[in-house]
Design a protein around this ligand. Sequence first.
Ligand code: ZN
Length: 226
Amino acid sequence: MFAKITQLHYLCKKDICENTMGQEYPSALFERAVSEFSKLPGIGRKTATRLVLHILRQQQSEVENFADAMTRLKKEVKYCKHCHGISDTEVCPICANPARDHSLICVVENIRDILAVENTMQFKGVYHVLGGVISPMDGISPGDLQIESLVGRVATGDVKEVILALSPTMEGDTTNFYIFRKLSGYDVKLSVIARGISVGDELEYTDEVTLGRSIINRTPFTGKTF
Ligand code: ZN
């Protein structure tokens, strides 16, 4: 089908569609759909075309369901008033769960990080989504992030430990340090996730910063690999 459209386009450009300047395809509707998909991260024009062709092959009801899911997502999704994670309700299911340890907060950059930590099934506390990290280069200052609300949660006195689980980058480190200073007046334990070599990595190919940190943050060997 793609080949057919390309061919049509070739013909149109030459003979018929002289008034469709700058248009890649013989259909403005098709072109618009491709251009909308191309705006998504990691989607180039080629993939966008493939996706639009896929949608064209779908049943009308399926396409409407897809469009409705996107529209309702944007219109109706909420951000949890405690952790700022996405939710259908004012308080997300994690914050609303009495079985979670509410005295333990894991600070993450974005919602995807919550999913990543949840998938490990190793964390039973709650989260706090900052919405990014401090990055003067990108114009992101502490005021753009959910740092004050984190301080507010700690100020209640109900939090025993805050785990900083930000990216091991300069921006992540800057943010860690900023939060460390902000929370220094409170009686709360502050920890940072261990940084080390990945499982399956060959030692000689690990960069020296990571390897150095792994040695500093070594843990007692208990005979278990995990
Ligand atoms: Zn929440």
